[in-house]
Design a protein around this ligand. Structure first.
Ligand SMILES: Nc1ncnc2c1ncn2[C@@H]1O[C@H](COP(=O)(O)OP(=O)(O)OP(=O)(O)O)[C@@H](O)[C@H]1O
Ligand SMILES: [Mg+2]
Length: 327
């Protein structure tokens, strides 16, 4: 696989990258933490690319997207007849990652029973297919990532301390863009040039005045929009106007319009709650805590807005799943 160009000149980012490159060469697990969109998956690919296993596969698994009932069989495989519907045996993602790296993304979303199953793999590199008697040894390097604070989850009893200890032998924290604002114009320039935009003479410094809560992913999407709407030569005024809209979006799409006519306080409240739930990957307890309201109040609001059942709310919270990257 190829390593995508990773951009960043700030001291903070370079330090993270330096650690990561040293970690890549070793056989131990790496834990990458940081807010959404900071580039955790990109960096996980880099760990694999710079490791001695780079001829082997890089297999990403989104722990937050796999239903708990499927996690064990998807990861460890199953024997024929292990359960109704298991007409053929299945080798599972861990075996598919043999000789390479298994990227456990959104590891903080994994529930406690599944965490125990991972522990065995991390402790002894052993797995057992569902329905099998035999334990098998595998040769797989674990790279994990999360935007959650795992220490906090351990304190709340929602993440196993022993699993955290094993995952975080080599930890890397990727700082958010707002803490390394000097990276914003350089990243923007690279993204625009890759799309074929002419950046010569364009002042991109206005982009550093924004916090980019969705980090590099938000910046990238913003620049795609700018390129599509503004053409190859982007003027400073055009970028500033578009940025003002982006700022408005923080308080909901309705507020991105120049006029607030027709927007009610209830609209704003609903949008703030939805945005927060999205950032918390649908975790209501955490969203309520961050919003400074009781969990029961949040439930009440969601019921009122008809966003209470998983079916109603699902499309709001989920991001698309990753395809597996073959060697
Ligand atoms: N330093 C960087 N240089 C170049 N591109 C970057 C950088 N950081 C992030 N990106 C780009 O930003 C986008 C988001 O990155 P990525 O998916 O790796 O983020 P993430 O931290 O895994 O986010 P999430 O927690 O939401 O899954 C990708 O398109 C990635 O290529
Ligand atoms: Mg990711």
């Amino acid at each position: 696989m190829k390593s995508e160009l990773i951009i960043g000149q700030s001291r903070l980012f370079k330090k993270a990258l330096e650690d990561l490159d040293k970690f890549a060469k070793s056989p131990w697990p790496v834990l990458i933490t940081g807010e959404t969109g900071v580039g955790k998956e990109l960096l996980a690919q880099r760990v694999h690319f710079f490791s001695l296993r780079n001829k082997g596969p890089f297999i990403p698994v989104n722990c937050g997207a796999l239903p708990p009932g499927l996690f064990e069989s998807e990861l460890f495989g199953y024997e024929r007849g292990a359960f109704s519907g298991a007409v053929q045996s299945h080798r599972g993602l861990v075996r598919t990652a043999q000789g390479g790296s298994l990227f456990l993304d959104e590891i903080g979303e994994l529930d406690l029973t599944l965490q125990v199953k991972l522990l065995r793999l991390l402790e002894s590199q052993e797995i057992r297919s569902v329905g099998a008697c035999r334990v098998e040894t595998v040769d797989v390097r674990i790279i994990a990532a999360t935007n959650r604070n795992l220490e906090e989850l351990v304190r709340e009893g929602r993440f196993r301390h022993d699993l955290l200890e094993r995952l975080s032998v080599l930890p890397v924290h990727v700082p958010p863009l707002r803490e390394r604002s000097e990276d914003i114009p350089v990243l923007a320039q690279e993204i625009l040039e890759r799309m074929g935009a002419v950046t010569e003479g364009t002042d991109l410094s206005c982009l550093s005045t924004f916090d980019w809560p969705g980090n590099a992913r938000q910046l990238k999407n913003f620049l795609i929009r700018a390129y599509v709407l503004g053409g190859t030569h982007l003027g400073h005024d055009f970028l500033s106007r578009l940025l003002a809209k982006e700022r408005g979006k923080l308080l909901g799409p309705a507020l991105a319009e120049p006029s607030l006519t027709g927007v009610t306080l209830a609209d704003i409240e609903r949008q703030v709650v939805i945005d927060r739930l999205k950032r918390c990957h649908g975790n209501r307890k955490r969203a309520a805590k961050e919003l400074g309201i009781a969990k029961s109040t949040l439930h009440e609001k969601l019921r009122k807005w008809k966003l209470d059942t998983p079916e109603e709310a699902w499309p709001l919270y989920r991001e698309p799943q990753y395809p597996a990257i073959a060697p």
